[in-house]
Design a binder for this molecule. Structure first.
Ligand code: GLU
Length: 512
């Protein structure tokens, strides 16, 4: 390579919500750009008007933002090659399509759907699969078979046409992929792809993609494996335009596979097994159908990014937890695997739990506060953070925090049956009444002091620690869950502790 500035692009088509495979492609581009001090470009490839979905572009931008993938140039960020939305660049492409026709690398085709159908049927009857290639292009009305003045007449008369690439016959295209290595393909196996359509005056993906990568001075194309079959055509297009000198390097990323291994990870797998395949919640504007998103399901963006980074790339060490900066420092394309990466829903949860456990009280407060407000609870961030901090080791998803901490903020209104049957019987209620008086006499209600005094009392009365603690737990939490009891008493304080004990004594009938 020369020493141009590294420039990569993420070039999604706004045809629906961005799949996590797409997010991973964006992430690898971003890591590569940052690793090499280069630029990350966001180009929206919206030339297929049939498949355009309103809201998809906004979804893409919001997803990248949520993940912390920063765009240096492109849609939403501007830059020297604006516009970056292909539908706004439509005037650019026709000239390049014509240039290929003039140089003999492409041709006009006027065939109608009926004519194509007839050829398709003919091929099927002969037991062949139909391909629009060197065998048929001269049989159809194209600028290869029609006289030049007839071609001009048809275009001038407003007939519909497309420009197709004239795939060379029996040539070997030799390609290099940074992940897959050297690949060779014989051109006779390839068809003549449409590059431009007069009907909507728009290029197809292949033409727009190559022209824009060239104009935007892209140095590395990092994209999904599904584009590998297009690589020979893309190589030939660079040759046809005479742009080989600045042709980008290519890296085709492995597929994300189903948890069971076989085949590409789909929304259906997610629905069946209860995990999202999209970064954010999505609702289809046409059908109203919804899809789960990692963000709304309670995953942290840093955990999501960490998990995605390791699906198809490995650092060559045992390290599993990586911040974005650590990923940038460690990332290289030669550690991206050739084979598909199997998605593991449990691993996604494991990553999230790791990040939950590492959150500071202040960060946890920011997560818990909206959940508290939803339940009508107003507390300051210090209290919210403290409660969440005590319980964070048991949290997997952000939404777990409410369930894990609710008893810190609200007294139980009912008592779990199983625990009631086990502990609200025999001497326990009167023992709790006695404990109430011990607690009422404590001035310093800190965790350690309360623990010291209560333990001394338990010993002096030769009580069972388990009976006492579980009965107290039933009174304060209403269930068999929660942290150590002195965490709860210290947090809710003496008055509230006594109130909860009084309540159970007054309201819960002991089990016979
Ligand atoms: N618009 C293509 C897509 O949606 C981009 C492929 C490429 O990166 O060249 O995947």
């Amino acid at each position: 390579m020369d020493n141009r500035e590294i420039r990569v692009r993420f070039a999604p088509s706004p045809t629906g919500p961005l799949h996590i495979g797409g997010v991973r492609t964006a992430l690898y581009n971003y890591l590569f750009a940052r690793r090499h001090g280069g630029k990350m470009i966001l180009r929206i490839e919206d030339t297929d008007s049939q498949r355009f979905v309103p809201g998809a572009e906004e979804y893409i931008i919001e997803s990248l933002k949520w993940c912390g993938i920063e765009i240096d140039e492109g849609v939403g960020a501007g830059g020297p090659h604006a516009p970056y939305r292909q539908s706004e660049r439509r005037d650019i492409y026709l000239k390049y399509a014509r240039r290929l026709v003039d140089a003999g690398w492409a041709y006009y085709a006027f065939d109608t759907p009926d004519e194509l159908d007839a050829l398709r049927r003919e091929a099927e009857q002969a037991g062949r699969t139909f391909a629009y290639n060197y065998e048929v292009r001269e049989k159809l009305p194209t600028s290869l078979s029609l006289p030049a003045d007839e071609v001009e007449r048809r275009i001038a008369a407003g007939e519909q046409w497309v420009v197709r690439f004239k795939m060379p016959v029996d040539e070997t295209v030799a390609m290099d992929d940074l992940i897959r290595g050297h690949v060779e393909v014989n051109t006779s196996t390839l068809d003549d792809k449409v590059l431009y359509k007069s009907v909507d005056a728009l290029p197809t993906y292949h033409l727009a993609n190559i022209v824009d990568d060239h104009l935007m001075e892209i140095t590395h194309v990092i994209r999904g494996e599904e584009w590998l079959p297009s690589l020979p055509l893309h190589y030939l297009l660079y040759r046809a335009f005479g742009w080989e000198q600045t042709q980008p390097a290519f890296a085709h990323l492995p597929l994300l596979l189903k948890p069971t291994g076989g085949g590409k990870l789909s929304k259906r797998d997610g629905d069946k097994m209860g995990f999202p395949v999209f970064p954010l919640f999505w609702q289809s504007p046409s059908t109203g159908e919804t899809a789960h998103g990692y963000r709304e399901d309670g995953y942290l963006p840093e955990a999501f990014v960490n998990m995605l980074a390791l699906l198809g790339w490995n650092p060559g060490t045992e390290q599993e937890l990586f911040s974005m900066q650590e990923l940038i420092d460690a990332f290289s394309l030669d550690r991206v695997s050739k084979s598909g990466a199997r998605f593991q829903p449990d691993k996604a949860k494991w990553f999230n739990a790791q990040y939950m456990h590492r959150k500071s009280d202040a960060e946890l407060a920011a997560i818990l506060q909206p959940q508290l407000r939803e339940h009508g609870i107003e507390v300051d961030d210090r209290r919210a953070g403290e409660a969440a901090g005590i319980m964070k080791e048991r949290a997997t998803l952000t939404g777990d925090l409410w369930d894990l901490t609710s008893f810190f903020f609200t007294a139980p209104t009912e008592y779990e049956q199983k625990q009631t049957r086990k502990y609200w019987k025999g001497d326990n209620p009167s023992m709790l009444a006695e404990l109430r008086e011990v607690l009422a006499s404590i001035d310093d209600f800190s965790k350690d002091n309360t623990e010291r005094i209560v333990h001394a009392w338990i010993e002096s009365r030769s009580l069972s620690m388990g009976q006492v603690m579980n009965t107290l737990r039933l009174a304060l939490v209403g269930a068999g869950k929660g942290p150590g009891m002195y965490d709860v008493t210290a947090f809710i304080g003496r008055e509230e502790t006594l109130r909860r004990i009084d309540r159970i004594l007054a309201e819960l009938k002991p089990v016979e």
